[in-house]
Design a protein around this ligand. Structure first.
Ligand code: C2E
Ligand code: MG
Ligand code: MG
Ligand code: MG
Length: 292
């Protein structure tokens, strides 16, 4: 009986694997239509100053509204898009959309808001990426100094010399580079010195361990200290509670993002946040004071 059960379980497992593989293959195929059929949408999550909760900018986070399957999260389809290379087309679309939105919000508020856009390894290594960014900035009128490009430590794995050269070329445009999900990669703190970066984003797994996690707060204060030495900014990801926010303030972390302040939202909702200055967890001065 045990043997039969074991076999059934194995069959069920194999079925599940086959189904998952089928879904991946289908999604991968359908991705070719995502841009041409206008199925992608960008959501925007504010980045705020830890001390007063004021919005300083946004991160663009893409979603795929699949005609049959509904919303597919980026964690599922970005890796598939990386495999086929269609990520470069998707990335170009997200970039153009985001800088146009950044330009519109900056104009509406009279405030130079920042916009952060994620770049996957394959996008960074694409030969056209610098020209694409330059063209997107020119066409939107969004200043290079207000654009941040986020990369993970993973970009360094494939071809470190090429990745570093690309980051330097992007920075030469005046764009900022952020190291995303910092602390989860292969590298120690010391390699940061050699990386052309302006911002460190502390991964939400560390932030989630606050305020009680001793090693998390030690690590965060080390990162903040190192960042200060190297002249980098620090943004904490995934801040969900007021206790976490207060601990980050004590650890002298300058900026944050997270559900405590706002979730990623479609442009019209994120924009309404800006208009009311409404950061629910942070009563006080409006996020953008000069908005009329
Ligand atoms: P990421 O760049 O590290 O983005 C942060 C993720 O954390 C987002 O997930 C965001 O919705 C989520 N998040 C924000 N605040 C909180 C919080 O307080 N708690 C929790 N639990 N989560 C929070 P999302 O939107 O599902 O994106 C996942 C990843 O997909 C991103 O991680 C990024 O690596 C990738 N991605 C998203 N959009 C793009 C894109 O346009 N291009 C590329 N290449 N990658 C993208
Ligand atoms: Mg990011
Ligand atoms: Mg991240
Ligand atoms: Mg991530």
């Amino acid at each position: 009986l045990a043997k039969a059960q074991g076999k059934n379980r194995l069959v069920a497992y194999a079925d599940g694997m086959a189904q998952a593989a089928r879904r991946r293959a289908e999604l991968q195929q359908d991705l070719a239509l995502a841009v041409p059929e206008d199925q992608l949408v960008v959501h925007y999550q504010p980045t705020v100053r830890v001390a007063d909760g004021r919005t300083t900018g946004f991160e663009a986070l893409v979603r795929w509204n699949h005609p049959a399957r509904g919303m597919v999260p980026p964690a599922e389809f970005i890796p598939l898009a990386e495999e086929t290379g269609i990520i470069t087309e998707i990335g170009r679309w997200v970039l153009r959309q985001s800088v146009a939105q950044g330009a519109a919000w900056s104009a509406a508020t009279g405030t130079p808001l920042r916009m952060a856009v994620n770049l996957s390894p394959r996008q960074l290594l694409d030969d056209d990426v610098v020209a694409d960014v330059e063209a997107a900035l020119r066409d939107s009128g969004f200043p290079a100094g207000q654009l941040t490009l986020e990369v993970t430590e993973g970009v360094l794995v494939r071809d470190v010399d090429r990745a570093v050269a690309r980051l330097e070329a992007l920075r030469a445009l005046g764009v900022r580079i952020a190291i995303d999900d910092f602390g989860t990669g292969f590298s120690g703190l010391s390699y940061l010195r050699n990386l052309p970066a302006d911002i460190i984003k502390i991964d939400r797994s560390f932030v989630g361990d606050l305020p009680t996690g001793r090693s998390a707060s030690t690590l965060i204060s080390s990162i903040v200290e190192l960042a200060r030495t190297l002249g980098l900014e620090v943004i904490a990801e995934g801040v969900e509670t007021e206790e976490q926010r207060r601990t980050l303030e004590e650890l002298r972390c300058g900026s944050a993002q997270g559900y405590l302040f706002a979730r990623p939202e479609p442009a019209h909702q994120a924009g309404a946040h800006l208009a009311t200055g409404g950061i629910p967890a942070q009563p006080g001065p409006p996020a953008i004071e000069r908005l009329q």
